[in-house]
Design a protein around this ligand. Structure first.
Ligand SMILES: NC(=O)c1ccc[n+]([C@@H]2O[C@H](COP(=O)([O-])OP(=O)(O)OC[C@H]3O[C@@H](n4cnc5c(N)ncnc54)[C@H](OP(=O)(O)O)[C@@H]3O)[C@@H](O)[C@H]2O)c1
Length: 157
């Protein structure tokens, strides 16, 4: 199978990534990493994640998957993940940036995932990250502090 994508996610110790349409935490240091890792690339997201952003992520191509949304300035809409994939140029890299629905449908197409483990348990979360331990292994730890651990996972051979 072709695995053209990378993904990036922050996930709590009980698997939560979102609550009420937003992130359940504010981690400025993690957002710095997110910016550094995704800058200059295509960021692929679901419509609900797009709705949670105040504006398109600067310096990145904002690609949104939706069956309902109209194109707006600073972003492109695709009706399916396959359609987005078809529009990718060979020199471009897609980072899947969420949310739960889009991660679940793209993990099989990912070769590498940056996972921030947020060192807390979140009550009443409503968006989740699928389990990746069976197919991926930790390649390196990029940052570790009292609030989170950022690891780069790669697909097992
Ligand atoms: N912690 C993190 O790293 C992280 C990252 C990103 C997001 N989040 C959080 O995750 C939550 C949002 O996640 P979510 O799972 O609810 O929503 P989502 O994945 O962001 O978006 C879901 C929407 O994407 C569109 N969609 C999904 N699959 C599609 C397909 N196959 N073809 C066409 N369109 C498709 C649909 O849009 P239409 O209804 O318009 O058709 C659907 O309603 C928020 O709380 C957000 O803050 C967390």
């Amino acid at each position: 199978m072709k695995r053209p994508f990378k993904a990036i996610v922050a996930v709590s110790q009980n698997g939560v990534i979102g609550k009420n349409g937003d992130l359940p935490w504010r981690l400025a240091e993690d957002l710095k990493w997110f910016k550094k890792i995704t800058m200059g690339h295509v960021v692929l997201m679901g419509r609900k994640t797009w709705d949670s952003l105040p504006f398109p992520l600067p310096g990145r191509k904002n690609w949104v998957i939706s069956r309902s949304l109209e194109k707006k300035e600073g972003m492109q809409v695709f009706g399916s993940i396959e359609e987005a994939e078809k529009n990718l140029r060979p020199e471009e890299q897609i980072f899947v940036i969420g949310g739960g629905e889009i991660y679940a449908q793209t993990i099989a197409k990912c070769r590498e995932i940056y996972v921030t483990e947020v060192l807390q348990s979140v009550k009443d979360g409503d968006a989740f990250f699928p389990s990746i331990e069976e197919d991926f292994k930790v390649e390196e730890i990029l940052d570790e502090n009292e609030a989170f651990i950022l690891r780069r996972w790669i697909r097992k051979l």
